[in-house]
Design a protein around this ligand. Structure first.
Ligand code: ADP
Ligand code: ASP
Ligand code: MG
Length: 394
């Protein structure tokens, strides 16, 4: 039988009726004749709630204990879903990340999957069970529980799809595919039928949370096609697949990070890199040299920002400034590096709309513009209009 991996995100299992609906959907796939593995996220905003509790206890929660806490969210969903499926008369069993054989490195809060050994899942499938897996978590080679970074249940799904040689990897959320911008910010955003792994990975790395960056990276390496779909609504969704570069190039999507940490000033490159690595705070973009550094850091996996900033100030003094009032808007598309025309137009469009651009970076696949955090939503809308809504742009 073919293996199908389905992943349901937090909004899809936000309450008991929704858990029961996912049980219906999973058993439907089973009835269609597939071996079904369901990866679940924590219910609704559970992970945010657990993080808040941790920060009420400590300004800089111990990372090992934080992972022990955050992994609870997905365990609740997996157990409830297994119960709901059993109630429908199907055999089901739930597994934690560790029980599923998701082996990671030991970077708490943002671990990377090193290997998948899904023997228990395979045994359970062979025994005719529907297998439910807690997303977003694994176990390190030192046997510590780890989490895969925010949005990491997608990574669990893709890694399992690769390890189980699945026929399909379906990622279900509250949106019916990947759009040319976050549909919450750009009303006219268009769903894309197909998107290359390379472009989707760049979108995810620039902050598009519809799919997780590590998940797409894994899919690209393993040649897994990801189907991004909406829970309970049949539709074509978006296929993220290996694809040759598009001949025409141009902007494919507008992506935002609502808030970033922007570092700028004087520091020795090796000292800054050691500091960031010591805090497991990888930069999304950085420029180093001549004693000057500039770096843009995502905030979602940097738990304990105040302590991080205080330690940064202690180490580098006033020579290195850390700003948190900025956000970033990116234009993504294979071939954007071919000329500076798009960057020039983007700067003009934002200037005309009155949105400041403090810094800009340009690579083969992406243009990133750092603006004020409160200007981000409007900047997304205005860039989407300029590059993706005019007939010439398409
Ligand atoms: P889940 O909890 O199911 O993993 P997420 O909240 O992580 O779902 O991702 C879905 C959300 O991603 C959507 O609600 C949407 O607002 C947001 N999003 C951001 N960028 C895009 C995009 N380009 N296309 C579609 N959705 C996007
Ligand atoms: N529950 C985790 C989060 O909120 C993982 C996920 O949803 O994929 O980030
Ligand atoms: Mg997600």
């Amino acid at each position: 039988m073919a293996v199908v991996v389905q992943k349901y995100g937090g909004s899809s299992v936000a309450d008991i009726p929704r858990v029961k609906r996912v049980a219906q959907l999973a058993t439907g796939a089973r009835r269609a004749g597939d071996d079904v593995v369901v990866v679940v996220s924590a219910m609704g905003k559970t992970t945010d709630g657990l993080l808040k509790q941790a920060h009420e206890v400590s300004a800089n929660p111990d990372r090992r204990e934080l992972d022990m806490l955050l992994t609870v969210g997905e365990r609740i969903s997996m157990a409830l879903l297994a119960m709901a499926i059993k109630d429908l008369g199907y055999d089901a069993i739930s597994f934690t990340g560790s029980q599923s054989g998701i082996i990671t490195n030991d970077t708490h809060s943002d671990a990377r999957i090193m290997e998948v050994r899904p023997t228990r899942i395979q045994d359970a499938l062979r025994a005719g069970k529907i297998v439910i897996v807690a997303g977003y978590q694994g176990v390190s080679t030192r046997k510590e529980v780890t989490t895969l970074g925010r949005g990491g249940s997608d990574t669990t799904a893709v890694a399992l799809a690769a390890a189980l040689n699945a026929q399909r990897c379906e990622i279900y959320s509250d949106v019916d595919g990947v759009y040319t911008a976050d549909p919450r910010l750009a009303q006219a955003a268009i769903r894309m039928d197909v998107l290359s792994h390379v472009e989707m990975q760049e979108m995810a790395e620039a902050g598009a949370k519809v799919l997780n960056a590590q998940a797409v990276e894994w899919a690209r390496r393993a040649g897994i096609v990801i189907h991004a779909l909406k829970t309970g609504e049949p539709g074509p969704g978006t296929r993220v697949e290996p694809a040759p570069p598009r001949a025409s190039g141009g902007v494919r999507a507008v992506v935002q990070r609502a808030r970033v940490l922007w570092l700028s000033g004087e520091a020795r490159a090796d000292e800054l890199l050691a500091f960031l690595d010591g805090h497991h705070a990888p930069a999304d973009l950085c420029w180093l040299g001549g004693g000057r550094v500039t770096a843009l850091l995502p905030l979602e996996n940097l738990h304990g920002l105040e302590v991080f900033a205080a330690q940064l100030a202690e180490k580098f003094g006033g020579r290195l400034e850390a700003h948190t009032r900025f956000g970033a808007v990116s234009l993504v598309g294979d071939g954007l590096g071919a000329s500076h025309a798009t960057l020039g137009s983007a700067l003009r469009v934002l200037a005309e709309a009155g949105h400041p651009v403090h810094h800009a970076a340009h690579s083969a696949l992406r243009i990133t513009l750092v603006t004020d955090a409160d200007a981000v939503p409007a900047a997304v809308a205005v860039l989407h209009r300029a590059f993706l809504e005019t007939p010439a742009a398409r």
